[in-house]
Write a protein that binds this ligand. Structure first.
Ligand code: ZN
Ligand code: ZN
Ligand code: ZN
Length: 707
């Protein structure tokens, strides 16, 4: 007898029926059983040696094996192969992401002879929701929001049949027994038809997605998009657009092979592309477009009735979490009609957002489909990392795993703080762990740091930009299996609290030492300056003896009223965008950078002079005198030239990380220059490069320190 223990994503993904089928095909006897944290398999028979290879070839799409233990044991004279029910519960299985509907389910969905024809919540073991419906582990129907729906006889039979793709598919259901979909007085497919009619007449329809409600309207109708902007209080921030097919996307955006692969992947993220053609006020002034394909059966049903692209944006207002329940949505009244279904969403989960740089994915938001992101790492201490304030995520180290949560959001209001606390509490309960250490940011004002301190455990702080670098190192090792012993880490960013109490954001670390940083400059205007970027531009000008701005500003600047000092490159981007005449106010984080990208003309236009000692200084006097049209290109080129210069000086592999590197133009340019020089270079491609990665950096740093 050979006994295997399979570790990894092996429970709740159709692994046991696959084992069962492969064993049967090879004529083997024995058993398969879910154990706490792994699956145990015993096989006996002439072809037992062929089992492992055959299984690995036949793995179900969502299974991922991290480790296999194999042992020869004396025969137990089994007579058949069986799936043994677990006695101890299924223990510490992983919390898996929600997956888009699979091809087989789609076939059933549109097959009039199938009993799940037009069943709007169809899913099987290979697809469907997980993270958003699980209340507790083990992953069992009674522990999901499907618990109130009793399976009909036919569903029950499939659920118990190891040869069916619905075997132990916890959210199984059908037109007979599953949750119903509604729109006003309509039910079932008639509800979808009613929603399609409403969209066609320019209405804004709230649609219950997998992780929360979306607000949806026809993306080609100027007045509908305008109405949505005013209701959401969102002046210029781009909306994501859902298209019927990849072909439809190609009419509006340029799609590379990597982008096409991401768009059609089972995770179904929003992918930011170079736009070919403008859509009604969807992304004003910006040459990029966020696109995605339908991912849940409801959206497929809708697109069987509609051809036009749809704006699909999270239902929420001003940085609160995506709304997941009907009552809250009704209270806010952002919609004209509501397409909803009866299954509850246990915890919300936004859409993932990704773009491509240097031919690789670049995550702006890791969420539905990708998160929780779980890595096997043996012998971790119990740690909770609470992340930063913006684009918050949390991470844990527990039971031989490091897990990064999906996107939680900006912790700026009571709603998002409550949601953050729920995710922390859910992770502690579901993963059954008590943190020994809690890691938080150094910023004394962060709500996440206050929360960390309120838990009564050992709290350690990690400076924000160090955490960015550690996040990249974490991905390098956990995802790519590489550990560097030395590095130059460029952590270029918006805002982070520095060791010296100043606002950092243009940092270069050699190992753990902050060896270089952009020269501090004084910004006058406090919090207001973040949106009103004239204040940043005027401040930068004043630092070089140029008097711009109104009288009040100049008095405040001279008297040091409402001023702060920063080395932040995000702020420099804003200031330079204003000086280049691109805009005066930004509506959303990163807008200035995007406008700079649009104005970019190439490496050939040259760059400004700079000095590098401990401080990095750019020749801003030249910038202020320059032709405005050339400023964006020359500024971006200068930054890339600085990266190259420091890399040559230090002769170590390079890490590029932090929110500033969401700028694809800069990232592409920097990686190209470094490659030419033969300098190894890494940036995160599987976890967020922005503050969404901070928690991963925190947990990784503390894990290595404790081990
Ligand atoms: Zn399926
Ligand atoms: Zn049923
Ligand atoms: Zn940051």
């Amino acid at each position: 007898m050979i006994r295997f223990r399979f570790f990894g994503t092996v429970q709740g993904v159709g692994f046991r029926p696959t084992v069962y089928r492969v064993a049967k095909e090879l004529g083997l006897v024995g058993y398969v059983q879910n154990r706490s944290g792994y699956v145990e398999v015993a096989v006996e028979g002439k072809r037992a040696e062929a089992f492992e290879q055959a299984l690995l070839k036949a793995l179900p799409p969502l299974a991922k094996i991290e480790r296999i233990e194999k042992e020869q044991l004396p025969s137990q004279n089994f007579t058949t192969f069986s799936i043994i029910q677990s006695q101890t519960g299924e223990g510490r299985t992983q919390l898996l992401p929600d997956m888009s509907v699979c091809d087989e389910c789609l076939k059933d969905l549109f097959d009039p002879t199938n009993r799940r024809y037009h069943y709007p919540l169809i899913n099987c073991t290979n697809c469907g929701p997980r993270y958003t419906i699980i209340k507790d582990l083990p992953y069992d129907r009674k522990n999901t929001t499907m618990a109130p729906f009793e399976m009909c006889k036919e569903c029950r039979a499939e659920y118990e049949d190891p040869t069916s793709r619905f075997y132990h598919a916890q959210p199984i259901g059908c037109n007979e027994c599953g949750p119903k979909v509604h729109y006003e007085e309509f039910e079932g497919f008639a509800a979808i038809e009613a929603a399609a009619r409403a969209i066609a007449t320019g209405k804004i329809v709230a649609i219950k997605g997998v992780g929360g409600f979306h607000l949806v309207c026809d993306a080609t109708r100027e007045e509908a998009v305008g109405k949505l902007r005013s209701r959401k209080g969102r002046a210029r921030k781009p909306f994501a657009v859902m298209f019927k097919s990849l072909e439809a996307i190609r009419e509006y955006g340029r799609v590379s092979e990597t982008e096409a692969a991401l768009i059609t992947s089972q995770e179904r993220p929003i992918v930011i592309l170079k736009a070919k053609r403008e859509l009604a006020d969807v992304a004003p002034g910006i040459d990029r477009l966020g696109v995605f394909l339908p991912y849940s059966p409801i959206y497929y049903l809708l697109f069987s009735l509609i051809d036009t692209p749809l704006v699909v944006t999270s239902a929420n207002i001003s940085d609160t979490p995506i709304i997941k329940d009907e009552a809250t949505l009704q209270r806010l009244g952002l919609h004209d009609g509501m397409l909803w279904y009866e299954r509850e969403i246990e915890r919300s989960c936004d859409d993932s957002v990704v773009t491509v740089a240097d031919g690789k994915p670049l995550f702006y938001r890791l969420s539905r489909g990708f998160g929780p992101k779980s890595y096997y790492f043996e012998g971790v201490p119990s740690i909770l990392a609470v992340g930063a304030r913006q684009k918050n995520t949390i991470a844990i180290a527990a039971h031989d795993h490091i897990v990064l949560s999906p996107h939680i959001g900006d912790i700026k209001n009571i709603e998002s703080l409550e949601y953050f606390q729920k995710v922390v509490e859910d992770f502690r309960r579901i993963y059954a762990f008590e943190p020994e250490t809690i890691v938080c940011d150094k910023h004394p004002g962060y709500e996440t740091a206050h929360y960390a301190k309120s838990l009564g455990k050992e709290v350690v702080q990690l400076q924000h930009h160090r955490a960015h670098v550690w996040a990249a190192l974490a991905e390098l090792e956990l995802e790519h299996g590489v550990r560097w012993s030395e590095w130059v880490g460029f952590a270029w960013d918006g805002t982070g609290y520095g060791d010296d109490g100043k606002i950092w954001g243009g940092e270069v670390f050699v190992g753990d030492e902050r060896r270089y940083h952009f020269d501090y400059f004084k910004i006058c205007g406090g919090e207001k300056a973040i949106k009103d970027i004239r204040l940043q531009g005027w401040s930068l000008a004043r630092a070089y003896g140029i008097k711009l701005g109104d009288r009040l500003f100049n008095i405040a600047y001279e008297k040091n009223i409402n001023c702060f000092k920063t080395s932040s490159l995000g702020r420099l981007f804003d200031a330079v965008a204003f000086v280049a005449g691109l805009c005066e106010r930004v509506d959303f984080d990163g807008e200035a950078g995007m406008l700079m990208e649009r104005a970019y003309r190439g490496w050939d236009v040259g760059y400004y002079g700079f000095l590098i000692d401990e401080k990095i200084q750019i020749d801003f006097e030249a910038l202020f005198k320059d032709d405005k049209a050339l400023i964006p290109s020359r500024f971006i080129n200068t930054l890339a030239a600085i990266i190259l210069k420091i890399a040559q000086k230090e002769q170590k592999p390079v890490i590029l990380t932090g929110g500033v590197f969401q700028n694809v133009t800069l990232l592409n340019l920097a990686t190209t220059l470094l490659k030419k020089e033969g300098v190894p270079c890494f940036f995160p491609t599987a976890t967020p490069i922005n503050d969404g990665g901070i928690a991963l950096g925190q947990v990784w740093w503390a894990t290595l320190k404790r081990r």
